[in-house]
Design a protein around this ligand. Structure first.
Ligand SMILES: NC(=O)c1ccc[n+]([C@@H]2O[C@H](COP(=O)([O-])OP(=O)(O)OC[C@H]3O[C@@H](n4cnc5c(N)ncnc54)[C@H](OP(=O)(O)O)[C@@H]3O)[C@@H](O)[C@H]2O)c1
Length: 252
């Protein structure tokens, strides 16, 4: 099968592209690095001819809610329009558990994306997961402020991006099923602890400042409002297992 992967070079997208390839599919990566700016793209439908599913794992790199809303609104709209024009039969979206219920900050963008997909009249599937183990790596890679690592105060039940990717490829191989059952990692963690552990494992010993995020989403992040419902599906790789595998030999 042929899958177009929007954001196919990101934390989860690179695993989606690799998993698709391993399963014998043809991945087409849509990212700025591969010549597709999905905020402003002409002739996208021509590139989607013959594509069996578009898997959208794109994400903006901004903290501005206005820009986050503009990104998810525009990119989701551009993808759905081009898919309709090209006759792509399946749109696969990745969202975040709890985003639709706590519409502020980044989660407002995810809620908008969910609204656009579900109201599109297209044939779609949507998977909601928790934060990735890689969230710790992304936070450390953003650097320090006045020598401090900055982490949001947040309870989470994180999952390996590779496990999310495997599930997205499985979904794309099947028929559109609307909302999939939620998927989370095996156990609860505290994000500042994850960030500190990742930093130490790669040789960064800066002190860490855990900050409360603003708004309804920030409150939900702190009080467990973004945790999965009891009994939700879980994957098996723990954060500590992922950390060991990922950071072996990369101390800076
Ligand atoms: N990170 C998490 O913990 C987490 C948890 C659950 C769900 N999710 C969801 O998973 C998805 C991917 O997140 P991620 O953390 O993997 O993102 P990421 O690592 O930040 O990667 C973002 C991807 O989007 C691409 N991109 C950004 N702007 C673009 C544009 N204008 N046009 C085309 N491509 C663009 C980037 O490539 P270029 O820079 O080359 O354009 C990159 O491939 C998002 O929908 C996010 O909400 C993330």
């Amino acid at each position: 099968m042929k899958f177009a992967i929007a954001g196919g070079t990101g934390a989860v997208g690179r695993h989606v592209a690799a998993a698709a390839q391993r399963a014998g599919h043809t991945p087409l990566v849509l990212s700025r690095g591969s010549g597709f700016d999905l905020m402003n793209v002409d002739g996208l439908a021509d590139h989607l001819t013959g594509v069996d599913a578009v898997i959208d794992v794109s994400s903006p790199s901004t903290l501005s809610t206005k820009k986050i809303l503009a990104f998810f609104g525009t990119v989701t709209g551009n993808l759905l329009t081009a898919e309709r024009d090209a006759g792509v039969p399946h749109h696969v979206a990745l969202s975040i558990i709890g985003a639709a219920a706590h519409r502020s900050g980044y989660y407002a963008g995810k809620a908008l994306q969910e609204d656009l997909v579900t109201a599109s009249g297209s044939t779609w599937s949507m998977l909601r997961t928790t934060q990735f183990h890689e969230f710790s790596q992304q936070t450390v890679n953003r650097g320090t402020l006045a020598g401090l690592l900055i982490s949001p105060k947040m309870r989470t039940q994180p999952i390996a991006a590779a496990d999310v990717a495997a599930e997205l490829v499985r979904i794309a191989e099947g028929l559109p099923r609307d909302l999939e059952p939620d998927l989370a990692g095996p156990r609860e963690e505290y994000i500042p602890d994850m960030v500190r552990k990742y930093a130490r494992a790669v040789g960064k010993n800066n002190p860490l400042l855990a900050v409360p995020m603003p708004g309804a989403a920030g409150k939900a992040m702190r009080n467990g409002g973004l945790l999965p419902d009891p009994g939700s599906r879980t994957s098996s790789q723990t954060f500590d297992e992922w950390l060991t595998t990922t950071t072996e030999g990369i101390k800076s």
